[in-house]
Design a binder for this molecule. Structure first.
Ligand code: PLP
Length: 298
């Protein structure tokens, strides 16, 4: 396996980061996860844009043009000869003396890891996964804004530990006001009274790229979508529940705490249209590539 580290693609054994890296010492950095379908990185521009947004929200300047970063991801993918993969792009503050001052670090550390995609079991999509609402509350937006996709994941890890203890796959946290927010690695949706509901960014969530696509698709399909403030009783009384993220896509939920749900037709329809969207995106990227090649041959 090959890893991109600060401008070089090296064997993974040689991809080593300093123990003085502030990403390691303080969780000071940002990241993105992308999914590669048959050699095409889905929504690469949106992920890169969000990475730069996260970096700017913590006052971190990424010392690379976006185009060069995109090329580097593709180069890492090619070096690993992978077509269906998971990409993890991390930018930390870099190494520097011990201390919180970001100015102790002069050069950010950039790492790109690509791995063969581990498909989720088919049974998950057929039967749904289980969720809990944990005791751990979501970080306050005013403390660490969840819109920053940061390396500081302890809040979510504590919720995940609770989920594992209760034999659940994912935990959807409430904020300190008792409103639903998001999962540890996902956004949540539920269908109730003819409306597709999802917590609004104001509740303190990451504005997931998959979430955005699903909202657009649902509206295009004629569903009313409400981004709002919801309580756990709202999700308990829903008829369908699902979660979304880049690798899970649209994953049905069969249980939230003790409340059970059938895998319903709205979830199935949205997963199907999401897949169609992925295929259309791939076709578009390929068409653009051919056009570019044709032009360069003339
Ligand atoms: N919320 C959190 C906390 C996440 O970590 C993720 C993805 O990793 C998401 C939501 C979903 O985001 P996306 O759809 O962009 O993958």
């Amino acid at each position: 396996m090959y890893v991109y580290l600060n401008g070089k693609i090296v064997p993974s054994k040689e991809a080593v980061v300093s123990v003085f890296d502030h990403g390691f010492l303080y969780g000071d950095g940002v990241y993105e996860t992308m999914r590669v379908y048959d050699g095409v990185i889905f929504m690469i521009d949106e992920h890169i844009r969000r990475l730069y947004r996260s970096a700017s929200m913590i006052g971190l300047t990424i010392p690379l043009e976006t185009d060069l970063l995109k090329i580097s991801i593709y180069e890492t993918l090619i070096a690993n000869r992978l077509k269906n993969a998971y990409v993890r792009l991390t930018v930390s503050r870099g190494h520097g003396d011990i201390g919180l001052d970001p100015e102790l670090c002069t050069k950010p550390t950039i790492v790109i890891i690509v791995q063969k995609l581990k498909e989720y079991p088919r049974a998950f999509y057929k039967n749904g996964i289980s969720l809990i609402i944990p005791e751990t509350r979501k970080n306050l937006r005013e403390a660490i804004n969840p819109r920053i996709k940061s390396l500081n994941f302890l809040n979510n890890i504590l919720a995940k530990i609770e989920a594992k203890k209760r034999d659940a796959y994912e935990a959807v946290m409430l904020n300190v006001y008792g409103k639903l927010t998001e999962g540890t690695i996902s956004n949540v949706f539920f269908y109730e009274n003819g409306i597709l509901c999802t917590p609004s960014p104001a509740c303190g969530i990451l504005d997931g790229i998959t979430r955005g696509i699903v909202i657009d698709l649902a509206r295009r399909e004629g569903f009313k979508v409400e981004e709002g403030e919801f309580t756990k009783d709202d999700i308990y009384s829903a008829v369908e529940v699902f979660i979304t993220n880049t690798t899970l896509e649209v994953m049905p939920v069969s249980k939230v705490d003790d409340q059970g749900y059938a895998v319903g037709k709205i979830t199935k329809l949205l997963h199907k249209t999401y897949r169609q969207e992925v295929n259309a995106y791939m076709a578009n990227v390929r068409a653009g590539l051919f056009q570019h090649l044709r032009k360069s041959m003339c």
